[in-house]
Design a protein. Structure first.
Length: 291
């Protein structure tokens, strides 16, 4: 007689979980990226984690602007801008604007494996940007610096060093930060709002209301932005200024009221600039003449 066979399933390995994910590991020797669990398991937006993992996988020197990210991902500029801002606030990403010896301004982006940490080859982190040389005299230095510094383009790369947030007019900053309520694409960082605040402050000082400025900055925007929202707003604030509203100082004059007169036909009172007959009497006269 043959040995009895059992239909019961084989018992699982003692160390295998009974639920949840079971990893099937493959040892990679090329084309892989090491990411900390703190970043990979970061709570919040999955887009932010995905953007961080993508930037980690890129070689040094690869572009990571919003335009470059939108060319790779299917998400739009709003989500890409929000992801970069969250990574910057968490300390993974840092943007530095540095002045070259030629006087030009460039933006360099640093991405950290650990927020606020350095690298194995550079424990102290990325080098500090070079400091501009002090001018020998206070008279010729500003002219030389202005002559060697090109006009900044209304984009993220090559913009001048932003003003400190504390120096910006809070009313102007409030107008700029409220633009996203009208158009969700108009998301500005604190540095961008501080850089645009002086132009808005001048319009407010000229007597324009915040609603006038908001209507002008948000009217007839393109369907797709080819640059940062700050660049579009900077162009509108610089190239197409609103006319200063004219404040009328003349007192309003009430129209003159016609005096009361007695009708020549029925002797009833009516108002008229000239003496004569009232409206009903004139109507009756016209009916008699027609009949």
């Amino acid at each position: 007689m043959a040995d009895p066979q059992s239909n019961a399933p084989l018992r699982a390995d003692a160390g295998a979980p009974t639920s949840g994910v079971i990893h099937v590991r493959t040892r990679l020797t090329a084309d892989f990226t090491v990411i900390s669990n703190a970043l990979a398991q970061r709570r919040g937006s999955a887009v932010t984690v995905g953007v961080a993992a993508y930037i980690h996988s890129l070689p040094d020197g690869a572009p990571v602007s919003i335009t470059a990210l939108c060319e790779h991902f299917t998400e739009g500029e709003i989500l890409m801008s929000r992801a970069l801002r969250e990574l910057e606030e968490a300390g993974y990403l840092e943007r530095r604007r540095e002045r070259l010896p030629s006087g030009q301004i460039r933006t360099r982006t640093y991405f950290y494996d650990v927020p606020g940490g350095g690298t194995d080859t550079d424990p102290d982190g990325p080098p500090e940007p070079p400091k501009p040389r002090r001018p020998r005299t206070q008279v010729t230095a500003p002219a030389e610096e202005t002559a060697t510094t090109p006009a900044p383009a209304p984009a993220e790369e090559g913009t001048p060093i932003p003003l400190a947030e504390a120096d910006a007019d809070p009313r102007a900053v409030a107008v700029l930060t409220a633009l996203r309520r009208v158009d969700p694409r108009l998301i500005l960082s604190a540095q961008e709002a501080a850089r645009l605040a002086p132009a808005v402050a001048r319009w407010l000082a000229a007597g324009l209301l915040p609603t006038h400025i908001t209507d002008h900055l948000t009217a007839r925007l393109p369907d797709h932005f080819l640059t940062r929202p700050a660049g579009i707003l900077a162009y509108r604030l610089k190239e197409t200024p609103l006319p200063v509203p004219v404040r009328s100082t003349e007192l309003s004059v009430r129209p003159a009221v016609a005096p009361m007169r007695n009708c020549d036909g029925c002797d009833r009172g009516f108002r008229s600039a000239e003496p004569g007959r009232c409206g009903p009497c004139r109507a009756r006269d016209q009916l008699r003449a027609a009949g």
